[in-house]
Write a protein that binds this ligand. Structure first.
Ligand code: GDP
Length: 443
């Protein structure tokens, strides 16, 4: 869904890759590319402007961090900023604020955005989560809207409250709520009328419905294909109604990702679901991290992080991080780290999951694995004391280790150099690593 944007961002990183520092010069060029990519993805220009300014500040501030490649740093910074903009976590639907009353959801949005479809989708989603939902057909202007909701309701076996097209939408909403309370429903979802563009009558009606039923949740349905317009739309609805969230529809189409950023940034309210098809099942909770990864084309960072979380003993990791921070990292820790990495799967598989590593060759991976085996053999030939205090290892000890592990003296020298550089780097990074504290152990 975000292919074009991903490509642009990859291009920006390609320019940064191979340079060892983030500077005003190279960041400006990369930022220009990010800006262009976001604009082409139809992110609202004001949102882009602020986004770029934030990324720029963070990136330049990150100049002091050594030992991580600029592209990794840059990816992390843009990713963090995307997450920050879209909200860090999935926000579930609001519960009922009024005791003895079902949760009330008011659906709002322009005509054709997929509001009626989203109403039914939401009901099915709730039904699958063991919530009893009632739908209310309060769109009395579009002739087919009531039929459409009733057909969808029958299809998913969720009842639809209707008083026909002659009734007042405010009365319909009020009566539907009465019925929802009497029938002990968990949730009432009210489908309302949309117009082709924002208009006073529509807004006034929504306000009256809001006043009549005091919804727990006002969800703005936004068509992801509307691009730039999504920003104005969100502002108009939010100023008038105070939306509590949004559903972004038609993300399955050939749409750009822009709306996701704009809606959140402008309203400050979370996108709660995304529509990914015409079928009534085609609704998914919105996960900002997945969206951000997707926008960035970051390989599958999420999979990497999840894998790491499954395998790493966090108490151990935290302890290690403490050591890393203070620079007390020794070969015992080094071995432990390697085992952790190994328990997560092959080195090659892991590297492929890393952002920017997608094109690493099998040859390079094989070489890396050989190096790792060698390192393990050398560490195996060290005494416990040497592992604990690597600084002890003088020339004669090096020679013994080389003999013991069947490698050359140079190999041992190189391992020690690499090890020292890593220790130095981790000390400077404060144990953070490109993916933050929790991954510190992975360096
Ligand atoms: P409303 O006027 O806002 O109530 O819009 P509808 O619910 O009638 O939807 C308008 C059109 O968009 C219909 O043809 C739907 O099938 C289609 N639609 C709604 N949601 C999605 C979606 O997530 N993906 C796709 N591809 N089409 C959708």
């Amino acid at each position: 869904m975000f292919d074009a944007l991903s490509e642009k961002l990859e291009e920006a990183w390609r320019k940064l890759r191979g340079q060892d520092r983030i500077t005003e010069g190279n960041i400006d060029e990369a930022l220009r590319d990010v800006r262009r990519a976001l604009l082409e993805a139809d992110v609202n220009f004001q949102v882009v402007k602020e986004f770029i300014a934030d990324v720029r500040d963070d990136a330049l501030g990150a100049e002091v961090i050594k030992g991580v490649t600029p592209d990794q740093q840059f990816i992390k910074i843009v990713y963090d900023q995307l997450l920050k903009t879209m909200g860090e976590e999935n926000v579930p639907l609001a519960e009922s604020q009024v005791k003895g009353r079902p949760a009330v959801i008011l659906m709002a949005g322009l005509q054709g955005t997929g509001k009626t479809t989203a109403t039914a989708k939401l009901a099915l989603y709730l039904h699958k989560n063991n919530k009893k939902a009632l739908l209310a057909a309060a769109d009395v202007y579009r002739p087919a809207a009531i039929d459409q909701l009733q057909t969808l309701g029958a299809q998913i076996q969720v009842p639809v409250f209707s008083e026909g097209a002659a009734a007042d939408p405010v009365d319909i909403a009020r009566h539907a709520l009465d019925q929802a309370i009497a029938g002990r429903y968990d949730v009432l979802i009210v489908d309302t009328a949309g117009r082709l563009s924002i208009d006073e009558a529509m807004m006034a009606e929504l306000e009256r419905i809001k006043a009549a039923i005091a919804p727990d949740e006002i969800l703005l349905v936004v068509d992801a294909m509307t691009g730039q317009e999504a920003a104005n739309l969100t502002r108009a609805f939010h100023e008038r109604l105070g939306i509590t969230g949004a559903i972004l529809t038609k993300l399955d189409g050939d749409t750009r990702g822009g709306a996701a950023l704009s809606v959140r940034k402008i309203s400050g309210q979370p996108i709660k679901f995304v529509g990914v098809g015409e079928k009534v099942e085609a609704l998914q909770p919105f996960y900002p991290d997945r969206m951000a990864s997707r926008i960035l084309g970051m390989g599958d960072v999420l999979t990497l992080v999840e894998k790491a979380q499954e395998e790493i003993d966090f108490a151990d990791a935290a302890k290690m991080e403490q050591q890393l921070l203070s620079g007390q990292f020794d070969f015992e820790d080094f071995i432990k780290q390697m085992r952790m990495v190994k328990s997560m799967g092959s080195l090659g598989g892991l590297l492929k999951l890393m952002p920017g590593m997608g094109k690493i060759s099998d040859d390079q991976i094989r070489q890396g694995e050989v190096q790792l085996k060698k390192a393990e053999a050398m560490i195996g030939s060290m005494t416990k004391q040497e592992r604990r205090s690597p600084d002890l290892i003088n020339v004669s000890r090096k020679r013994r280790i080389a003999r013991g592990s069947g490698v050359s003296l140079e190999d041992v020298g190189k391992l020690l150099n690499d090890f020292n550089r890593m220790r130095q780097m981790m000390k400077m990074m404060g144990g953070g690593g490109p993916f933050g504290g929790g991954m510190g152990g992975m360096g």
